[in-house]
Design a protein around this ligand. Structure first.
Ligand SMILES: [Zn+2]
Length: 180
């Protein structure tokens, strides 16, 4: 879909019975399995919901992890690991350092290594793993333990592409000349 025409101005409030009144943005962190389920129902969703959902998934690629690697405690996490029985968690995460990755893989039985992103979570094989990984992203992206719906909206808003600033070349050149 073409995201260029979509303007991200407010969180999406769900209208369906079971989830009525819930905020789509919050569900990324509270129940990602439901987000995945929605993604599989493209033709049956409200157009606004479908657009909003796709836009969120797209801009979520720009979110920057804040949580520190549990091994070195210096760099931010880049990977999370899926363990047998679909387990994921804070301990099974890692930065991009090969030494840290080795340490995690040496300590736990790892089934799969995934880059930290909602796109990766969307590919997980089980709903409970998706929900757990969504919850993990709360920590990864630095959300507080208890958050209000504007918290998740502001987080996604911050990940929107910034409009490019145009510099007027002649003025910029003049400025440089006057400095030297
Ligand atoms: Zn590390």
């Amino acid at each position: 879909m073409n995201n260029a025409s979509f303007v991200y101005q407010h969180p999406y409030v769900l209208k369906s019975k079971k989830h009525e009144g819930k905020i789509l943005e919050d569900l990324f962190f509270r129940e990602f399995g439901f987000i995945h389920w929605l993604m599989g129902r493209s033709g049956r969703l409200y157009v606004e919901l479908w657009q909003h959902l796709n836009y969120l998934l797209e801009i979520s690629k720009n979110l920057k992890p804040k949580m520190l690697c549990p091994v070195c405690k210096k760099k931010t996490v880049k990977y999370f690991y899926l363990l047998p029985k679909g387990k994921v968690g804070e301990r099974y995460t890692c930065c991009d350092s090969p030494a840290c990755q080795y340490a995690v893989k040496n300590r736990y039985l790892i089934k799969q290594e995934l880059e930290v992103s909602f796109e990766s979570i969307n590919k997980l094989p089980r709903k409970d793993s998706m929900d757990a990984a969504g919850l993990l992203m709360k920590k990864v992206y630095g959300l507080p333990r208890c958050f209000k719906s504007d918290t998740t909206f502001n987080l996604f808003k911050g990940a929107c592409p910034k409009p490019q600033k145009t510099i007027k070349a002649p003025e910029a050149i003049q400025l440089n000349l006057s400095l030297f």
